[in-house]
Design a protein around this ligand. Structure first.
Ligand code: ZN
Length: 468
């Protein structure tokens, strides 16, 4: 089966063909975090889905250029700066660092480019300038610059909004709004008192960019005016991605993105996650409960991205036992393989599991089916291992295949005598805490490691884990 994805733009499963005439290079843009607080597990559902997508494309032999922005100026950030009095740069820097730590704990690969919005104001001003010249943007009496949706005939193509729902002349200045208030949206927001000292000069007066223009300017800077894939959570379809398409296509006259992929939302115990319901979790909350980044990664990726994920603590416990089953299997395979290499053996089981795993993921990244394939393989092979029916060379070939599968799953391979991944993750978090001079947390993590039977020794080559 050819690789295909459900494309929000066409509302159908489309075969994936990159724009690159050589068919090798793929441009991927994923909307990054707005860094005003710790990212929650709902956010990480999107980031782990995008990581799985990127890893799958790499497995298929594509050369993926992944760009993810950091939104470090936006309405919510400014609100928080006003509330706390903390300088914006300091606040956004702090939460960027914690976001990257969380990504490491979840084994989410870092993008090749991670542009910050505040570092790309000239690019945004240029883009707004083009839209003004073309007459699709205008400066209103409030001095802000707006995109005129009625001047762009394709407005509404992503969310499937028909022209009847549009209200010519109505304007919306805030970054987030509902479909019911579809209207001209802000490209450049004139300074007002609530913005404090957050403002840049522009041909239209002092102000700051709207959220949507940030992503258009940064994605096109690093990936070109047309590129392959753009992803995010389904809450970004409207208005964020709709407005990105409008700005970009109105400016360039070219199709902006070929494939739009959106992941469904995450529920906690069947309810929308909210601080109000006491079911709001950041990654840190769950690490503090003794779960690992690896367990959380497994939980977040194991449901097909287009289905809502109902997150529960029981689900995390289930992930822990699934991972234990995988690890136990791999250790048995390592024993069976001994020092054998993989040639000259009956490899039909390996060929079968590989083909089934690949065709599941080619089908719109059907990870639930792919994991089903792997657990069937574990069950069948365990039976054969129990009756000594797996030759060393076949076991070695199975391990090699699993190593390739794991470049996609990102769960890590157990190593005999080496610290298990959750212990390594704890040690990494301790390093990060020490770097951030959070010694209280570093000590707590050291104690946690000790309770699991491991100590960290600081050596000239860096910290090393040693079994107690
Ligand atoms: Zn974005």
């Amino acid at each position: 089966m050819a690789l295909r994805f459900f494309n929000t733009l066409t509302r159908s499963l489309d075969d994936f063909r990159p724009l690159d005439p050589g068919g090798k290079h793929v441009g991927l843009y994923t909307c990054g975090p707005t860094v005003y607080d710790y990212a929650h597990i709902g956010n990480f559902r999107a980031f782990t889905f995008e990581d799985l997508l990127r890893r799958w494309l790499a497995y298929k032999g594509y050369d993926v250029l992944h760009v993810m922005n950091i939104t470090d100026v936006e309405d919510k950030i400014i609100r928080k700066v006003c509330e706390t009095g903390e300088p914006m740069k300091q606040l956004t820097e702090r939460y960027t660092v914690s976001f990257l730590e969380d990504c490491r704990a979840l084994n989410v690969l870092p993008p090749q480019h991670m542009p910050r919005a505040t570092g790309h104001i000239p690019e945004m001003l240029r883009l707004i300038g083009v839209l003004m010249e073309k007459g699709v943007a205008y400066q209103a009496a409030d001095k802000s610059v707006y995109f005129s949706i009625t001047k762009f005939p394709h407005y509404g193509q992503l969310k499937k909004i028909d022209a009847g729902q549009m209200r010519p002349g109505a304007r919306v200045k805030q970054d987030e709004y509902e479909k019911e208030s579809v209207a001209d949206f802000a490209l450049w927001k004139a300074w007002d008192e609530a913005d404090g000292d957050i403002a840049w000069d522009s041909p239209w007066g002092r102000g700051r960019p709207g959220w949507h223009i940030e992503c258009s300017a940064m994605s096109m800077k690093y990936l070109g005016e047309s590129f392959d894939l753009h992803c995010g959570g389904e809450d970004l379809v409207f208005p964020h991605h709709e407005d990105e398409i409008a700005q970009s296509e109105a400016a360039t006259g070219k199709p902006f993105v070929r494939y739009w992929l959106h992941c469904a939302y995450l529920l906690v115990n069947g309810q929308k996650m909210s601080k109000r319901f006491g079911n709001f979790f950041t990654l840190r909350d769950l690490l503090a409960k003794g779960y690992t980044g690896r367990e959380l990664r497994y939980t977040l990726i194991s449901e097909h991205y287009r289905r809502p994920l109902n997150f529960t603590i029981e689900g995390l416990d289930g992930a822990r036992s699934s991972l234990a089953r995988i690890d136990e299997f791999l250790v048995k395979l390592q024993d069976a393989a001994g020092s054998s290499s993989s040639d000259s053996s009956d490899l039909s089981a390996v060929a079968r599991v590989t083909a089934e795993f690949e065709s599941a993921l080619d089908d719109d990244l059907n990870i639930s089916a792919a994991l089903g394939v792997l657990f069937n393989f574990i069950r069948d092979t365990n039976k054969r291992l129990a009756s000594n029916a797996v030759a060393p060379a076949e076991a070695a070939a199975m391990l090699q295949a699993w190593q390739r599968f794991d470049t996609v799953l990102g769960l890590g391979m157990p190593q005999r005598g080496a610290a298990p991944p959750e212990v390594v993750a704890l040690a990494e978090q301790r390093q990060a805490a020490r770097k951030a001079k959070d010694f209280k947390r570093a000590d707590a993590l050291r104690d946690e490691l000790k309770s699991r039977g491991w100590v960290i020794e600081d050596t000239p080559a860096g910290p090393k884990l040693k079994k107690l």
